[in-house]
Design a protein around this ligand. Structure first.
Ligand SMILES: NC(=O)c1ccc[n+]([C@@H]2O[C@H](COP(=O)([O-])OP(=O)(O)OC[C@H]3O[C@@H](n4cnc5c(N)ncnc54)[C@H](OP(=O)(O)O)[C@@H]3O)[C@@H](O)[C@H]2O)c1
Length: 333
């Protein structure tokens, strides 16, 4: 049987509180502080049967740190916990391990973790970027948008998913705004986009200014809290927020004039049965980063597929072909 591992973590303190009855009586501030000393552990198992004669097993290993702790605690301490989590998955039989959420963000985006692990590791960011691009490009078609005349903004453009989306979109569009915390990475990204296609690339320091006139907005930052307000998007815009935790605050139903897509969700064409806690998504729906790990496992490609900031855009086609072959579908919500 082929087996994969997937590293997960709580998105907020309520996820921790709700995970065990006893946690409900502990003050949240104390619970959060004590997470620093927690050890990685097996959260649940997933059983999948893609064909009658094939079975796949997945082990979900939890690293009990919140997104803000992953970014603010000593980097070595955080990386060591993730490396230990990968090791647990390996001991349980995983032949490939996916890094969920902020476990692929901390430090050098999975490279050190992969170098210190015996089993191949992937961030899942190629398939996540593929899913975001497919969703926004299909939605632009449905909404009759002329891509060549549309302005795109990528909030978090300097990151692994953001930069992959920006480079690929440069083949379809003529104007793009990019934001991040640090300008240097964006300058480099601008150079690499201009080598691909001669489009207008605007590096913007202010997220709100970047989205003000954008027809398509991709939000993909590592901010542990919301940084954009639902009221700030242009009327008629298509907005895909793939960030976890979500970066756009407000009630999406209050903006009927804006199309919101919850990016990075994939529907798989066979049943997934969890033993233990599930991941709280609709039936047979999984995160794209987990779907990449599963696809590689189905294909028996036990390799470091996506790592680091600068993922090759050719990998997008590759993972897209694989996902179509296995009948995986991007969810547009
Ligand atoms: N749904 C899914 O399946 C799925 C899968 C993978 C990831 N994700 C989520 O996708 C998001 C991005 O992941 P990633 O791997 O691409 O992260 P990443 O490589 O760390 O990139 C994050 C980018 O966000 C920028 N950023 C951080 N705070 C910002 C702010 N306040 N304003 C503007 N930019 C800001 C960073 O700037 P600097 O470059 O200056 O640091 C960086 O460019 C995360 O929330 C992650 O949890 C979802």
């Amino acid at each position: 049987m082929n087996t994969f591992g997937f590293i997960i973590h709580p998105l907020n303190i309520d996820d921790v509180v709700n995970s065990r009855k006893i946690f409900r009586i502990i003050p949240k501030w104390f619970l959060e502080r004590s997470l620093k000393w927690s050890k990685p552990f097996k959260v649940c198992e997933a059983h999948l049967m893609p064909t009658i004669d094939e079975k796949i097993k997945g082990y979900f290993i939890g690293v009990s740190l919140l997104p803000r702790q992953m970014l603010s605690l000593n980097e070595k301490l955080v990386l060591n916990k993730i490396i230990l989590a990968v090791r647990i998955a390996e001991i349980l039989g995983a032949k490939i391990v996916g890094l969920g959420g902020f476990t692929s963000i901390v430090g050098d985006k999975g490279i050190t973790i992969a170098n210190k692990s015996r089993v191949p590791v992937t961030s899942g960011n190629t398939y996540t970027a593929y899913a975001v691009l497919k969703a926004v490009l299909d939605m632009a078609k449905v909404k009759g948008k002329n891509l060549n005349r549309s302005t795109v903004a990528i909030i978090g453009g300097g990151g692994s998913i953001g930069s992959l989306c920006a480079r690929k979109l440069s083949f379809y569009i003529s104007r793009i705004f990019l934001t991040a915390r640090h300008r240097e990475k964006l300058e480099k990204l601008k150079e690499s986009i201009l080598k691909l296609n001669p489009i207008e690339v605007i590096i913007e320091d202010d997220n709100n200014r970047a989205i003000r006139d954008a027809d398509i907005v991709i939000v993909t930052t590592s901010s542990p809290q919301a940084i954009l307000n639902i009221n700030d998007f242009k009327s008629g815009a298509i907005v895909c927020d793939v960030s976890l935790p979500k970066n756009v605050r407000g009630d999406i139903n209050s903006r009927k004039d804006v199309t919101f897509i919850e990016g990075g969700l994939i529907k798989i064409p066979f049943d997934i049965k969890y033993i233990g806690l599930g991941i709280g998504l609709p039936k047979n729906t999984i995160y794209a980063c987990m779907a990449e790990t599963l696809l590689l496992c189905l294909e028996k490609r036990f390799e470091k597929f996506s790592l680091g900031d600068n993922i090759n855009i050719e990998k997008l086609e590759e993972i897209g072909r694989l996902s179509e072959r296995y009948g995986f579908e991007v969810v547009y919500q």
